[in-house]
Design a protein around this ligand. Structure first.
Ligand code: PLP
Length: 368
């Protein structure tokens, strides 16, 4: 980490610190739990932590492959110098699929139309819908897709290197949806086999199932959330990797009865000091957390008061006060009493995933 020693106010704005040692430890744990290979999923800019940095760290601590949503994300990894195998699983049929071959990106195929749109030489993972009715091939179309893919393979047009599914309910380990998803995937593998396909990669599990459901592991696990310290199954202690801080821009003293922020949703119940935090919902602080969220100032939890605005939020500093320039910790692993992504998620009625992916659109990141 490079931190320049500049004057406090001039030097620092909001900052996201990514703890790559945490990513390394999480990857190593997931690699031990997975019975097969580990694919590091670094979509959405590595869940807001920086795709290239998370990818590099994961690859040197047990991951062997990378996974992303769009082809554009895969090409960005190539442009950043990553040479590991990359799979992209969500593309429209008119995507620039020739570039997938040029840049050695494997493509997931959910339909005949997608299969027909591939450029010659593509390495393919056939994608079966195993229970979300979302992005894989419907079971009714699976046998037809397998036959067509096998034919294309025999003609030398493509190579089928993988079969994939995705579980709908893996965050609830005992949910019957998991057994159903596993069974449908097993049927999908059988069907593909009967069509003559022999792909080396067969993958169903993401983070939650990697941690709780060995029957779903097959030859590979695709983990994203776990790399950055989120365990959707709530069973395993991982290391959160993100810390968001900002300096107080200003501090003001207000009288009892002073209304604060848009809509005057909070009125100072007694004389107090208010600090201005230069982060708002455009920086990823969920507005829905207004009235509940807290931050850490000078080692103490302080409430954000009034509505979170687009670019700023107000913290009630109480009688102890603080000074302009003092660092506020908005979110972190929780080791020093700061709020965690899980708390922000609870305050705004969402998932940690949504909180961390929303941060960092305009906040510079530093890595360590
Ligand atoms: C996001 C995603 C993953 C990773 O899931 P996590 O729960 O974040 O580990 C795996 N597979 C697919 C298809 C995904 O979209």
């Amino acid at each position: 980490m490079t931190v320049l020693a500049l004057p406090r106010l001039a030097a620092t704005g909001p900052r996201l610190d990514v703890d790559l040692d945490a990513v390394a430890a999480n990857t190593a744990l997931l690699a031990r739990r997975a019975t097969g290979e580990l694919m590091a999923v670094v979509k959405a800019d590595g869940f807001g932590h920086g795709a290239a940095a998370v990818a590099r760290t994961a690859l040197s601590h047990g991951a062997t492959r990378l996974g992303v949503t769009s082809l554009a994300e895969a090409l960005a990894l190539r442009a950043d110098g990553l040479t590991a195998p990359v799979l992209s699983w969500l593309n429209p049929v008119d995507a620039d699929l020739a570039s997938a071959v040029v840049h050695d990106v494997e493509i997931a195929v959910p339909s005949r139309a997608h299969l027909d749109a591939l450029a010659p030489g593509t390495a393919v993972h056939l994608h079966l819908d195993t229970g979300l009715a979302r992005d894989g091939a419907a079971p009714a179309e699976w046998a037809d897709l397998c036959r067509a893919a096998r034919l294309a393979e025999r003609r030398g047009r493509i190579r089928v290197v993988g079969l994939m599914g995705h579980l709908a309910c893996a965050d609830v380990p005992g949910d019957p949806g998991n057994a159903m998803g596993r069974a449908r995937f097993a049927w999908g593998l059988e069907t593909a086999r009967a069509c003559g396909l022999r792909p080396v990669h067969r993958h169903l599990a993401a983070t939650a199932a990697t941690l709780t459901d060995p029957l779903s592991h097959h030859t590979m696990s695709r983990v994203g959330a776990g790399l950055v310290g989120i365990d959707p199954s709530g069973t395993t202690r991982l290391h959160p990797a993100l810390t968001l801080t900002a300096p107080l821009v200003s501090v003001r003293r207000v009288h009892a009865g002073t209304p604060v922020g848009y809509g005057h949703t909070w009125v100072a119940p007694h004389p107090t000091e208010l600090g201005l935090v230069p982060l708002g919902y455009a920086d990823g602080l969920p507005r829905a957390a207004s009235g509940r969220a807290e931050v850490l100032v000078r080692g103490r939890r302080r409430p954000l008061v009034g509505r979170i605005s687009m670019d700023m939020a107000v913290v009630d500093l109480g009688a102890e006060g603080a000074e302009a320039g003092d660092e506020v910790t908005v979110l972190g692993p929780g080791r020093h009493g700061e709020p965690t992504a899980a708390e922000w998620a609870a305050w705004s009625d969402t998932l940690e995933h949504e909180v961390v992916t929303g941060l960092g659109l305009r906040t510079p990141r530093t890595g360590r």
